[in-house]
Design a protein around this ligand. Structure first.
Ligand code: TPP
Ligand code: MG
Length: 781
């Protein structure tokens, strides 16, 4: 089976009304230009300012992309298509939504204000229908590719009907192409037969600081062609093409083709007189050129010379509608930054704002009546009802919010048996997934795992053996066919449930982001699980943050972690990841020591990932094998554990001492604790599998934490008690416990880079062994 053939693009605005439609879209596009500039102007010059800060917004970046966006939304997009809009063209997106009746005036008037439309399109914060958040450049771009792979996964698993599939489209700035994650993404795309993905570059040859390097379009073209994309370059608008067809036109075209970016930009800023002088000087004596330029006064010449493809609506519509296949498309569309505004082409225009005087001139030029600046149709040549009817008939208008994706049932606790005997949390995690795969059921069928080339070493092998690798085409395991012994059985096909990635952690988080949004984007939920080495979270951190910012739901299993990775040394031992886990919104961090904790956490996580007020979950696991605890009969530790901490050994009331620990350092803690109890028999031992949940509950309360879970737990101790905290990670993960009730605290953890060794040597050197714990106890007593 292959999923390659099922989806053809379907543009529906065509046929006899096409010319009329072009005029209407052009009129709407004028309004989009106006409203986006006005929205920014209002935020900066008209709305009351309480703090005197410049509000900002990007008039130059917006006008650069406006016509491309108008073409897409009013003439090309289908309801199933999903779009990532260049972050600083947010006002254009909101203007289009406003004209389409999907955005309120109040939101536009409060652009960049608290509760108003966001500076950059935001799935979670904007009130209109943003498909993908953008902001950190490059990430929204790659997100569309991974969303397309996620869509193919759903199609192949019969979770999405082919007619519900769409094109995943990114509108990006040319400087975004400097971000390395773009290239990691397209390499991965090539491996996964990426399709139905368009990247549309607003090629204005300006970044934030300056005009960009020459002839990069050639390099981009080569790179994208090499990884299997169709590259479509749209350079000149039709007015310029007509000029090129006249006598002198060839010379003019050659001159523009050879014109350096900065000169072209500077002339665009200077206008008709400067264009004329420069071209006549450079092309003196070229036949026909003088007559060609003489047809235009300065204003007309300026319009002609800036008539690039990205500002030619008809050309754009034709180009987008000409796409008939699902091969990925890379559009390089020439534009002018600040097009039509007084600072067009100026190298400093990125954050330029029109002055009130310039805005007034712009209003008059756009034919917007004074006092009707916000009115949807004011100044346009037709009655408003015509525009409303037109927009209502566009294909995109048929987009409706879908019902909430159905929940995936989570099996009862007895289906999550805790593997017994000496275990590491990493091995136990692999076994639990393996058992789930074998037992089958809705949860096992909904899980999709992924890993950046560490599937085997993070112990997902058993799961993959049973559920196979996802690939749009079937492929057998040749090693197996040749009877070569291997514990791994890598059978690939459209029904596989593991997506194997190359070693690029940024791709892992973007894929988790896309898979974690399938419920929202495609109406069907999958349960994504990503496995990687804990230290390499840092490599993909911005993409992780980005996935969480969009409220994507996934389980991140990071293993091994900390100094317990002993012989692997300092390059692989993670230190500060617990603080990432605590500080990252949208992500709940757990670091269980024991397997019975892990199974409880996993069941909770599968629910939390699906709850409307839930989020993603990060498990920091270890390869260290630990003796599993025998819990006293009837002990009820589970509820406290899932809230972050429980008394592993209850303290006596008013006890003078407690140890609090997180994770795989448990054996040293238990050893030290046994010795402590000889002198202080009422001392308590607090297990803290989620410093994150515990801290969040405590710090988010307005009663200074008095009603918090940790307050209740620590109230068992005497006010003067000492508290020793221990984690194979930053001591600050737990040191705050001393602030809850003012207990004296000594915090042990790792504050220097690691190195090779065995665990006893490292824990001794870094002050985490039983001796160090006892020393800390002594210092408090
Ligand atoms: C990761 C990241 N780094 C830096 C920025 C700040 N920044 C915003 S836009 C931009 C460059 C804009 O150039 P381009 O992508 O060409 O867009 P244009 O405005 O020219 O359309 C930069 C550096 C950012 N948003 N994200
Ligand atoms: Mg640019």
């Amino acid at each position: 089976m292959t999923v390659k053939t099922s989806l053809a693009p379907k543009s529906r605005v065509e046929g006899p009304r096409a010319n009329d439609a072009l005029d209407i879209i052009a009129e709407l596009d004028d309004k989009v230009h106006w409203l986006s500039a006005w929205t920014i102007h209002n935020a900066n010059h008209l709305r009351e300012s309480r703090d005197g800060l410049k509000v900002g917004g990007h008039q130059a970046s917006s006008t650069s992309l406006a016509t491309i966006l108008s073409a897409l939304y009013f003439g090309v997009l289908n309801p199933e298509d999903r779009v990532a809009v260049k972050p600083h063209a947010s006002p254009v997106f909101h203007a289009i939504q406003y004209l389409s009746g999907r955005q309120s005036l109040d939101q536009l008037q409060n652009f960049r204000a608290f509760g108003g439309a966001q500076s950059y399109p935001s799935r979670t914060k904007d009130k209109d229908d943003v498909d993908f958040s953008t902001g950190s450049v490059g990430l929204g771009v790659a997100m569309t590719a991974f969303a397309s792979i996620a869509q193919d996964y759903l199609l192949a698993h019969d979770l999405l009907a082919p007619e519900r599939a769409g094109r995943m489209i990114s509108l990006l700035g040319d400087a975004e192409l400097d971000e390395g994650n773009i290239y990691e993404c397209i390499i991965e795309g090539a491996k996964h037969d990426l399709r139905n993905c368009w990247w549309v570059v607003d090629y204005n040859r300006q970044s934030l600081d300056a005009t960009t390097s020459e002839r990069m379009f050639l390099r981009f073209s080569e790179i994208f062609t090499a990884v299997g994309w169709d590259v479509i370059t749209l350079k000149y608008g039709r007015r310029l093409e007509e000029a090129f067809a006249q006598p002198g036109g060839d010379a003019l075209r050659d001159w523009i083709d050879g014109c350096p970016n900065d000169l072209y930009a500077a002339l665009s800023f200077q206008g008709g007189g400067a264009w004329r002088a420069r071209i006549l000087a450079d092309l003196a004596g070229a036949p026909g050129i003088e007559a060609l330029l003489a047809q235009h006064d300065d204003e007309s010449l300026s319009g002609l010379m800036t008539n690039l493809a990205g500002h030619d609506l008809g050309l754009l519509l034709d180009a987008f509608r000409a796409v008939r296949d699902d091969k990925p498309k890379f559009f390089i569309i020439y534009t002018i930054k600040g097009f039509g505004l007084p600072f067009q082409g100026h190298k400093d225009n990125h954050s330029g704002l029109m002055t009130p005087g310039q805005m007034e001139a712009f209003r008059r030029r756009m034919g917007v009546p004074e006092g009707e600046e916000w009115a949807r149709w004011a100044g346009l040549p037709r009655p408003g009802a015509d525009y409303e009817a037109f927009i209502a008939a566009t294909p995109f208008a048929a987009r409706k919010p879908g019902p909430r994706a159905p929940l995936v049932a989570i099996p009862d606790a007895e289906h999550f048996p805790a593997p017994s005997g000496r275990q590491s949390t990493q091995v136990a995690f692999g076994k639990i997934l393996n058992d789930l795969a074998r037992a089958g059921g809705p949860l096992a069928d909904a899980i999709v795992t992924t890993s950046p080339d560490v599937t085997v070493s993070t112990n997902l092998g058993g799961w993959v053996n049973q559920r196979g690798l996802f690939s749009t085409t079937a492929r057998n395991d040749r090693f197996r066919e040749a009877s070569i012994a291997s514990p791994q059985r890598w059978i690939m096909g459209p029904k596989g449930q593991h997506i194997e990635l190359g070693i690029a952690e940024s791709n892992l988080f973007l894929l988790l982001g896309a898979l974690g949004l399938t419920g929202e984007l495609f109406g069907r939920r999958v349960i994504p699980i990503g496995a990687l080495y804990d230290p390499f979270i840092n490599r993909g951190l911005d993409a992780l943050n980005y996935a969480c910012y969009q409220d994507a739901r996934f389980l991140l299993v990071a293993t091994p972690s900390g100094l317990t990775l002993a012989p692997e040394g300092g390059a692989h031992q993670s230190i500060h990841t617990p603080l990432i886990g605590m500080a990252q919104p949208g992500l709940t961090y757990f670091e269980p020591a024991f397997v019975d904790e892990l199974t409880e956490i996993l069941r909770w996580a599968f629910g939390h990932m699906q709850a409307s007020d839930g989020g993603s979950v990060y498990l920091r696991l270890s390869t260290r094998t630990l003796e599993q605890p025998r819990r006293p009969a009837g002990a009820d530790w589970r509820e406290d554990m899932l809230a972050g901490a429980y008394w592993h050994v209850e303290p006596g009331d008013g006890a003078r001492l407690a140890l609090a620990y997180t994770g795989a350092v448990a054996p040293e803690v238990l050893d030290a604790f046994a010795q402590v109890r000889e002198d202080a028999p009422d001392a308590g031992l607090l297990a803290v599998p989620s410093p994150d949940l515990l801290h969040r509950d405590w710090s988010s309360r307005r009663d200074r934490g008095a009603g918090s879970r940790v307050h209740k737990l620590l109230s068992r101790l005497a006010p003067s008690a000492g508290l020793v905290t221990i984690i194979d990670g930053p001591p600050s993960t737990l040191s705050w416990l001393g602030g809850v009730l003012g207990h004296r605290v000594a915090s042990l953890g790792v504050q220097r880079f690691g190195q090779s060794g065995d665990i006893p040597a490292l824990y001794e050197a870094y002050g985490l062994d039983a001796g160090a714990i006892l020393d800390a106890v002594a210092s408090l007593i």
